[in-house]
Design a protein around this ligand. Structure first.
Ligand code: HEM
Length: 445
């Protein structure tokens, strides 16, 4: 079937195409696309043509083997860059590769090990605020942990009082960027105006913090990697503006993704009391005195697989998009230059052919060593040259808070099943849990 047009994905309506479906109930739509059974399906957002890829091997082609052909270009990224600037994570492939090389040392293992005590401190602060027998909204309750530990591990000089304001701005901005893909082009200036105050908040915080960072000779944090000048082809220390751009980009990319993973994980553990107890037992056996160190977390295979399974069932970044920079052929279909190409980790992770009973939360489906790079069906962190550079950092942050909370608290569902809000990440809404002390009378660790 060389060079035919791909069949139309279900759910299109006149004018808007699939835009409204993607705002309302993307999970159901993705399921219908899987059922439709075509590996490449035409997809339209307003008058902008695109394709949705449902076959794992074609997703691999788009993200990895033909990554030069499918870049972060086209309307979605033009719109995003018009708001954020040409920063790491949204720049086109060539520029991003340079930016990526420069920040890579920030994600070395040693820096992540160094970040664990800060994450631990924030996790204990969260745990210390809970009271036995009370109800929490899991997304609201865990937001301060995620954002505080992200800011403090990246740029420790940001004052504590600033962090919550920063976190709210970063979430508003990141979530709003979803609309860059969905709104008609004419609405973009309005979206940019709506998101401007949030971006200004991030930029101001970074501008206030960076001079202090420079003055501190013992400055720590992930972004300190940018001040390193060693190495033969070191480009020299980054300018303040460059460090500021990285700060905005990492804060946006890390915050809501990690927050979504933590919130969904706690939800699933509350639903599965047996798994929760096994996990609490693993934490107690490996780190009886708490808080768990990086080395101890590495000896908790059930914890690793529980996080892996959360990221399978509820991949925070549930859709990624590229654009064909030249005319291309994908799965036997012709794609004109400029076609947007969508790959959904959520769809791939729920394909029953790859994951039997794919809707069930079952950490036991993974081997003890965790998910291997298996036939391109498991992509919580993406793949290829744009794969998440913060994958270990994010996994560690989720592991630290889960181990800390389970050492003290038992989580029970309270109220009806949560709704899912699909924006740039998927997030549980109105997910209420009751927290009970595991050992009444014992203070949180
Ligand atoms: C559980 C937590 C996380 C998840 C599920 C996640 C997921 C992802 C995914 C799927 C992508 C690829 C997007 C694409 O292909 O278009 C990505 C990219 C990215 N992530 Fe993460 N992420 C997480 C945590 C983090 C953290 C903690 C950081 C930084 C500290 C981070 C920084 C980034 C950046 C900068 C990119 C863009 C990379 C590029 O374009 O070269 N992420 N993430």
């Amino acid at each position: 079937m060389p060079h035919s047009l791909a069949p139309l994905a279900p759910g299109a309506v006149p004018f808007a195409g699939h835009a409204l479906t993607l705002l309302r109930d993307p999970a159901d739509w993705l399921r219908r696309c899987t059922e439709a059974g075509h590996p490449v399906q035409q997809f339209r957002i307003w008058n902008r043509p695109g394709v949705l890829v449902t076959a794992p091997e074609l997703a691999h082609e788009v993200l990895v083997t033909e990554a030069d052909t499918y870049d972060k270009t086209g309307r979605v990224y033009d719109n995003t860059r018009a708001i954020l600037g040409d920063i790491f994570g949204v720049a086109d492939g060539r520029r991003n590769a340079v930016l990526r090389r420069r920040i890579q040392p920030a994600f070395r293992r040693a820096r992540i090990v160094e970040a664990v005590p800060t994450m631990s401190l924030e996790a204990r602060r969260l745990s210390g605020r809970w009271r036995s027998g009370t109800e929490i909204d899991v997304a609201r309750a865990t937001a301060p942990y995620v954002h505080r530990s992200a800011v403090r591990t990246m740029l420790p000089v940001v004052p504590a009082a600033e962090i919550d304001r920063l976190a709210a701005a970063s979430s508003r901005l990141f979530s709003g960027l979803y609309l860059c893909a969905l709104l008609p082009t004419a609405a973009m200036p309005l979206l940019a105006r709506r998101l401007r105050p949030a971006l200004d908040t991030l930029r101001r915080a970074q501008a206030d913090a960076l001079p202090k960072y420079r003055e501190d000779p013992g400055c720590s944090g992930l972004l300190a990697a940018l001040t390193e000048t060693s190495g033969e082809d070191s480009p020299g220390p980054a300018s303040e503006g460059e460090v500021g751009d990285y700060f905005v980009s990492l804060l946006l990319a890390s915050g809501d993704n990690t927050h979504s993973a933590v919130a969904w994980l706690l939800h699933h553990l509350a639903q599965d009391q047996e798994m929760q107890q096994r996990l609490a037992d693993e934490v107690a056996a490996v780190a009886p005195e708490g808080p768990a160190t990086h080395a101890e977390l590495a000896r908790m295979p059930l914890l690793r697989n529980t996080i892996a399974e959360t990221l399978r069932v509820r991949p925070p970044t549930w859709m990624v998009v590229r654009s064909a920079v030249r005319a291309a052929e994908l799965g036997g279909h012709r794609l004109p230059a400029g076609t947007d190409v969508y790959v959904s980790p959520h769809l791939l992770h729920h394909d029953p052919a790859a994951f039997p009973d794919s809707g069930d939360f079952a950490p036991g489906r993974w081997p003890e060593g965790g998910p291997a790079a298996r036939d391109h069906t498991y992509l919580p962190f993406g793949a290829g040259p744009r794969k998440c550079p913060g994958d270990h950092f994010g996994m560690t942050s989720v592991a630290v808070v889960t181990a800390t909370l389970l050492a003290t608290w038992r989580l029970l569902p309270a109220g009806p099943a949560p709704r899912t809000r699909f924006r740039t990440v998927q997030m549980p809404v109105r997910c209420r849990l009751t927290v009970l002390a595991r050992r009444p009378g014992k203070p949180p660790r």
